[in-house]
Structure formats: C-alpha cells, structure tokens
Design a protein around this ligand. Structure first.
Ligand code: GLN
Length: 446
C-alpha cells in the first residue's frame, strides 16, 4: 500500500521505527499533490518549502526521542483558518490577497506538536454551501468518482484526505460542513461540541454556530488530532477545559434513531443508516426509533440565524480595513462600499447578507430572527431531553448521495433542505460525528 494511504497512527509508528523520515513522508504527500491536484482541486495553496522546513525540524525532534505523537505528520487546513504568512482567502475574491500576520490557535497547537502544514484547502466562499462549488477559485472533485461533488463546504479537506493528499485535514462546520463532505468522500468527520476547540483565527461565518472540526481516515486519528487542538484558549472566551470522554461499552448502550431524518432519505442513505443500526444491535446496543417534532423547523431556523450572524460578521469587508478595494469609484463613500462589496463577494454570499440584513431589520425581526431564536431553544431542549434518555442518537448525515458536479441546483430552498440532517445538532451545539458504516464496523468491533 502506498504510504499516503496510511493513517496518522500508522505514520506515527513508522516515523518512530525509522521506516521513513518526516521529510520522506512529506515528500510523498507533496508528490501526490503534484500528480493529482491539478485534476482534483483539493488545495488552493501548497506551502512546499514551509512543509519541508517543518519536516526537517520534526526529524530532529523525533531523533531526540520524546516527540509528541503528531510530530512529523503532514496535514491540510481549510482556507478560512488563518495561517501566518500563507494566503487565507476563505474561498472568496474579497480576501484574495489576505496574508494573515498570525496563526489560528489550532494551527499554533499543531505547530507546537510538530505537525506539518502542507497547504490550504478549497471551500465554499466563507463556508456558505454544501458542494464546494461556491468557491471563487475552483471546483473540487470527489476522488471516489470525479464526476461527483465532494460535499462542502470543507470539500477540499475531505477530498485531500480521501485521495491521499493529506492524512488528516482541518475543516469548519457551521451547519454540517465537516460532516457532509466526510459522508460524501467516505472519511470520518468530527465536529466537536461547541466550545471544545478554539475558533481564534477562524474567519467567522456565524459565530454562535461555527466550529473547527477534523477530517481523517479513522475515528482514532480524529481523536489523536482532537487531543492536540482542543482545550481552553484565553483568546476565545467560548472555550472550556474538559477532560476527555472515556469509551463506554456498546452492550446496553441506548441508541435513538432519529426517524424524522430517516423519512427524508433518498437514494440509499436510509439503508446505510439502518445497516449501522443493525451493527449496533448485534454488538449489544438497544436501538429504538424516536421522533422529535421540533427538528422539522431546523433548516429554516438555521438559515435565519446563520444568515443574520453572517450579515453582521461580513459587514467588515468593505474595502477600508478589510477586503479587496476597487481601483476606481466616483460617487462618494456609499459608491465606494458598493463597488468593493459587489466585486469582492459571490452570489450566494450576497444572498445570505441580504437575507440576514432583512431578518434583523426593524419591523421584521420579531417574525424572523426572534422567532428563530425561540425555535432554537425548543430544538436544544428537545436534544437535552433525548440525551437524558439515550446515550447516542443515530441519523443519516446527508439526505441523498453525492450529485453530479454538472447538475447544480439553482433553487436555494432545495439546496438548503439538503442540510436537514446536520443543522439541528449545530443549533444545539452537541458533539456530532460522521462515521461511514464501513468504518463503523471497525469502531464498534464487528
Ligand atoms: N450548507 C450549510 C450552509 O451553507 C452549512 C455550511 C457550513 O457548515 N459552513 O450554510
């Protein structure tokens, strides 16, 4: 097996036995990127020199004997996570020349652990989308079938892991953007509980929902990376310090299957979920169907709240302090703002800003934004109640399998409805993870 198909755990072992060095490992991934990425489009920027320099430093540390587990392991990071000295565009023309003067906390922590950043991965502009076809730069293909979408918005990260262009990658998840591409590219996608991983240095989309997550080949790899990046950060006041959760035996575990999500399934996603349920039952878990009426409104609720927050977060990109500035403008300051924002932002981002601004406008907010906040509370209460009865809840991650890249849906309402299986957990802030059932078998020991 080519070494770029191996897991983080495999690499950590091989680097210690001397099977290969961090430099050799890094060169293998860079070679794969060179060979395949002009076709796949997983990366927006590759930092060859930076990665090799870090690999040499990692080899030195490894020779010293007490290197952290991630020392010498290459990775990719979604392009909305700030990296000092490396362009960070968030998939937008607005930030095409933004070179952050600082590292996000997650990048800093991975650096301290000796991991090597290979490059920045493609994404839907500012994280808005679920196919990675709303990027201002390129389309990313699904490595499992290059005519299909990889899912989004962290599609570049998922494709990189699935194609062996990185052993793991960081993504961000506001309403499903780590879990959905993980599902469509057959990787594991971990979206940690809100507050477990610092968002300092993550370019904000919707702050009450944004989380940084991990895409990798196995659950164990996700947990290794999670241990390195999680924990309190004084630069993100929403973070908490918590002890790692211990594994509980599957026998006697109470599992609730979200029937409302199963009923939405098309094209085989229901079958995949039910086979996961069967495996859990065989392993001794007690599975039963549950129904939660409040989840019916989760997409509307999510799109109102996330767009309202986005309209506020993205107001800073006016070409004065932040964002691309147009070369010419004629009629005063509002013309200047208008030109900059019109040229720098894509259609989907503009749609969300306009919708979000509307929901926050005087006279409309009671019927939209405030109502959505009440529904969010109901959804949270519903999950709290369910978790007092069940240890885990099982749901499909996506409503339908990956569509063709060439079949882009133009009606936003139809596109947004595809997120119905992931947005409610985002609104509630709970830990949520995509495990494809072929990996599921390994996790539960069958
Ligand atoms: N598809 C959802 C949206 O477009 C979720 C995106 C995300 O999690 N960043 O908002």
């Amino acid at each position: 097996m080519s070494i770029t198909k191996r897991t983080v755990r495999d690499h950590a072992k091989a680097l210690r036995t001397g099977e290969y060095s961090a430099r050799e490992l890094c060169l293998s991934y860079l070679g794969e990127i060179e060979k395949n990425d002009s076709r796949l489009g997983a990366y927006l920027t590759v930092d060859r020199n930076g990665a090799l320099e870090a690999a040499d430093a990692a080899d030195k540390r490894l020779r010293g004997g007490d290197a952290p587990l991630l020392c010498g392991i290459p990775y990719g990071a979604k392009d909305n996570i700030c990296t000092r000295g490396i362009t960070t565009t968030a998939g937008s023309t607005m930030l095409e020349s933004f070179i952050p003067p600082y590292d996000a906390t997650v990048i800093e922590r991975l650096k301290e652990n000796g991991a090597l950043l290979l490059g920045k991965t493609n994404m839907d502009e500012f994280g808005m989308g679920s196919a990675t076809d709303n990027s201002a730069y390129k389309v990313t293909k699904n490595p499992l079938n290059e005519e299909l979408i990889p899912g989004g918005s962290s599609g570049g990260s998922a494709a990189a892991v699935a194609a062996g262009l990185a052993p793991f990658a960081l993504g961000s998840d506001t309403g499903g953007s780590v879990r959905q591409p993980a599902a469509l590219c057959n990787t594991v996608g971990l979206c940690p509980t809100y507050g477990r991983v610092s968002r300092y240095g993550l370019i904000a989309f919707a702050s009450s929902l944004d989380r940084i997550g991990i895409l990798a080949k196995s659950c164990e790899d996700c947990s290794l990376v999670f241990s390195a990046i999680s924990g309190k950060d004084r630069r993100d006041s929403t973070t908490v310090e918590k002890k790692a959760v211990s594994l509980s035996p599957l026998k006697g575990l109470k599992v609730g299957i979200i029937r409302d999500h199963l009923e939405l399934c098309r094209g085989g996603t229901e079958k995949a979920t039910l086979s996961a349920m069967e495996m859990l039952t065989r392993a001794g878990a007690e599975c039963s169907y549950i129904s939660t009426p409040a989840l019916k409104y989760s997409a509307e609720c999510y799109y109102i709240i996330s767009s309202a927050e986005a309209s506020s977060n993205l107001a800073r990109y006016d070409g004065v302090r932040f964002g691309k500035r147009s070369a010419s403008f004629e009629n005063g300051l509002s013309d200047f703002y208008c030109k900059n924002r019109s040229a720098g932002l894509g259609d989907e981002v503009k749609r969300r800003i306009m919708f979000g601004t509307f929901t926050l406008s005087e006279g409309f907010t009671n019927d939209t934004y405030k109502k959505a906040l009440s529904v969010r509370t109901l959804i949270k209460e519903e999950y709290n109640r369910l978790f007092s009865e069940y240890h885990i809840l099982l749901s499909p991650t996506v409503v339908s399998p990956a569509r063709l890249l060439s079949e882009k849906e133009s009606d936003p309402a139809i596109v947004y409805a595809e997120d119905l299986c992931t947005v409610s957990q985002s609104l509630a802030g709970y830990f949520t993870c995509h495990i494809y059932h072929s990996r599921f078998r390994a996790v539960i020991g069958l």
